[in-house]
Design a protein around this ligand. Structure first.
Ligand code: ZN
Length: 276
């Protein structure tokens, strides 16, 4: 029987070449883009298990394929925002950040009829210390939740909360949903998505989800379309970046299938509205 605690599955809707830290986005011709086929695969997988997920859509992807967000929305999934350009928020001014989320929200609303109320920053790049203004802007723009604070060293704050919490910003509150991590002797391990989800023993992922659910806390998983596309193209990167972006990725789908059969999953918007 699936656990009664609702976990969340989230997908960052970007293509194989949206890699953080690149100075300029490569100019990839339409025929080499893979996001549509990979999203179609993910939608079919979710449908198989009757799961409604959250899709953090990148504005520039929605712009170049205007039928993609409507396709996702037609499956009953939540349309949320991943910003417009995949530029880390730490490299944007407050005005630049507001412009990115306004452009993306307007585009997604126009394409799907859904105004996003959830946000995830590229490369987990929101920070209470470095970008406190971004939370105020999210509140001002009508966002109910954010899922950008990762309790990990390097990409986040290793001392940050592992569980959902409320943040105060601009006289209001916004809910924060950190991704699943496994506490260990050497710190939190990124078992909730990306390279960590594929690298660490599957048993560790299962045990971590169970431990969260025993505490009545949701496990929040994240997935990139390129992770279900093991033979897709790759950008030449340094060995470390290549590992993080493409890494040991061949069994993502079988792991997801097993998790979907074992636990209960929904979108983050459902969790946000339940405790708003
Ligand atoms: Zn991203």
């Amino acid at each position: 029987m699936p656990s009664r605690t609702n976990n969340a599955i989230t997908i960052d809707v970007e293509d194989w070449y949206h890699i953080c830290g690149l100075k300029n986005e490569p100019n990839v011709p339409a025929e080499l883009r893979r996001v549509r086929r990979n999203i179609e695969f993910i939608l079919a997988l979710l449908e198989e298990f009757g799961i409604k997920a959250t899709f953090f859509v990148l504005g520039c992807v929605a712009q170049s394929d205007p039928e993609l967000a409507p396709l996702i929305a037609s499956g009953g999934h939540e349309i949320a925002s991943h910003g417009y350009s995949h530029c880390p928020v730490t490299q944007l001014s407050p005005e630049g950040f507001r412009d990115e989320i306004q452009r993306t929200a307007a585009l997604l609303h126009q394409q799907t009829g859904q105004k996003p109320f959830g946000f995830r920053a590229p490369q987990w790049s929101l920070s209470l210390a470095k970008t406190p203004w971004a939370f105020e802007i999210l509140v001002q723009e009508g966002y109910l939740y954010d899922s950008s604070l990762n309790p990990l060293p390097l990409v986040g704050d290793s001392r940050g909360s592992r569980f959902p919490f409320h943040l105060s910003a601009d006289g209001a509150t916004i809910q924060e949903f950190p991704p699943l991590v496994a506490p260990s002797m050497i710190g939190n391990l990124p078992v909730g998505g990306g390279w960590g989800f594929r690298l660490f023993p599957y048993e560790l992922v299962i045990k971590t989800v169970e431990a969260y659910n025993q505490r009545k806390q949701p496990a929040i998983l994240y997935l990139h379309p390129r992770e279900v596309d093991p033979c897709g193209p790759r950008i030449p990167l340094s060995p470390l970046k290549s590992f993080a972006a493409y890494g040991p990725r061949r069994d993502s789908v079988s792991r997801l299938r097993s998790l979907f059969g074992k636990f209960s999953f929904t979108g983050l918007g459902v969790l946000a509205k339940a405790c708003h």
